[in-house]
Write a protein that binds this ligand. Structure first.
Ligand code: F0G
Length: 463
């Protein structure tokens, strides 16, 4: 019989100790942090699932490549290796390095958009939305209707609603739409993939109206692998071939190499348009750096050049998708409500369904994230009422899995902690805001237990 167990396709060469804390310590730390996990030092976290961005482990080949890093201000061979690695997969004419994804977004929107423009996307990530709005344009989300129903299973829940894209172009006019974007995978929509069929259909609409299509490519390899697994006609293709096909449909991309670049920092912006590339490079020099380093060290360019190839290895992608689903399926089996099906980089718990007695105004996602920390030292992040205010349609708790960092026993521990919190969910109460910043408030907001909770907590301490 063929062996069915899927293992981590690596062995561990360097280890980084993680520190256990007691429940009492964690209760104290959480209260001192105003119930905001962003404000807890990472040394007091046991399993950090805050983000999959820049938190991955590099390979021996990446560490070796760091030593090859050439730190010349201009014309470094490290840039040549970076560009060649990107060209071989992404295939665009111009490759512009940036220090991370949002720097690429800022330059793209500054050059291509003006006040009053509209930029459709399947779902803008929060930095994409903020950079778009910063230049006065409207960031318009056009996900398929299925994307808004957490428990509904659909193979490509990241797809864009093509009919609504057509309607939008007819309504606002082509001249107000400088570009259309597709985010692969759709992070804000639950890490869900976009199908090749959808990419092709969106491109057709764009071509008909002469609008360029840009891909937000952060998790392009995970998306390519989902296409291989789920879309008819792709089973025999390699993830690299599928990725190349995705980008053939596009006119450019933004990329955060902190995700599927398998690097701790870095990003890039690509385009096929010579005139736009020139303006982007001019702006790059102003704020990021010369176009052969773009705010990165030569060694960072080397790590990305290697990471982009490793991330497309099939053993890696299989482990990646299977291990994320392992977490999702084990908690869902016990009744924990999650966004279905499991995404590529994260599992999203539906906090409104988990804590139906906590109204959105009392931040069920923040309350649940706090309980996962108290129970087992796990750090997750709320994506809901705290992040989006009253516009939030869901309250989710995202458990993002860093790449090549945690083993299956770490994930088994996470499952046990979540199920323990699930068993005592009826006792969990909401929170009250005590401080908020005027924008991006989720990073620094502070809370206290909602009054009814405070009473319960005090009586418990007394018992
Ligand atoms: N686009 C998407 C889809 C993202 O998920 C992110 C970052 C960015 C753009 C911006 O890239 O951080 O390099 O500037 N997402 C991280 C996360 C922060 O936790 O999901 P960046």
């Amino acid at each position: 019989m063929p062996i069915k167990t899927i293992i981590e396709p690596f062995r561990i060469k360097t280890v980084e100790p993680i520190r256990q804390t007691t429940r009492e310590e964690r209760q104290r730390l959480l209260a001192a942090a105003g119930y905001n996990l962003f404000l807890i030092p990472s040394t007091d976290i046991l399993i950090d699932l805050l983000t999959d961005s820049g938190t991955g482990a590099m390979s021996t080949e990446q560490w070796a490549a760091l030593m090859r890093g050439d730190e010349s201000y201009a014309g470094s061979p490290s840039f040549t290796r970076f560009r060649e690695s990107i060209e071989a997969i992404f295939g665009f004419r111009h490759v512009i390095p940036t220090h991370q994804g949002r720097a690429a977004e800022r330059i793209l929107f500054s050059v291509m958009c003006k006040k009053g423009d509209v930029v459709p996307n399947n779902t803008h990530f929060d930095t994409t939305r903020a950079n778009c709005e910063f230049v006065g344009a409207e960031a318009l989300d056009l996900p398929i209707p299925e994307a808004r129903k957490p428990s509904l299973i659909h193979p490509f829940k990241g797809n864009m609603d093509v009919a609504r894209l057509e309607e939008t172009i007819a309504r606002v006019g082509r001249q107000r739409i400088p570009l259309v974007m597709l985010t692969v995978t759709n992070n804000s929509g639950g890490g869900q993939p976009v199908s090749m069929e959808n990419i092709r259909a969106v491109k057709q609409v764009c071509s008909r109206h002469g609008i360029p299509l840009y891909i937000d490519a952060c998790r392009f390899a995970e998306n390519a692998y989902f296409i291989k697994l789920r879309e008819p006609g792709y089973a025999q293709k390699t993830p690299r071939e599928i990725a190349q096909e995705i980008f053939r449909h596009a006119d450019g991309c933004t990329m955060s190499a902190k995700k599927d670049g398998l690097a701790n920092i870095g990003g890039f912006l690509c385009t096929n348009d010579d005139a736009i590339a020139q303006q982007e490079k001019d702006l790059l020099i102003l704020t990021e750096g010369f176009p052969t380093y773009g705010g990165l060290a030569g060694r960072d360019l080397e790590a990305i050049a290697v990471g982009l190839n490793e991330v497309l290895e099939e053993d890696y992608l299989n482990y990646r998708i299977v291990s994320t689903a392992y977490l999702g399926n084990h908690i869902a089996k016990e009744g924990v409500p999650i966004v279905q099906p499991p995404g590529g980089h994260a599992i999203y718990i539906d906090a409104r369904a988990f804590l139906p007695h906590v109204p959105p105004a009392q931040f069920p996602g923040v309350a649940l994230a706090g309980e996962l920390y108290i129970e087992g030292g796990i750090r997750s992040v709320e994506i809901g009422t705290l992040m989006f205010g009253e516009h939030a349609t869901m309250d989710l708790v995202r458990l993002a899995i860093p790449r090549r960092v945690y083993t299956q026993s770490h994930i088994d521990y996470v499952i046990e902690v979540i199920l323990e919190v699930w068993r005592r969910r009826a006792d969990i109460r909401g929170l009250e805001l005590t401080h908020q910043a005027p924008f991006l408030r989720h990073f620094t907001a502070r809370f206290r237990p909602h009054v009814s909770t405070a009473a319960i907590a005090t009586s418990r301490l007394g018992s």
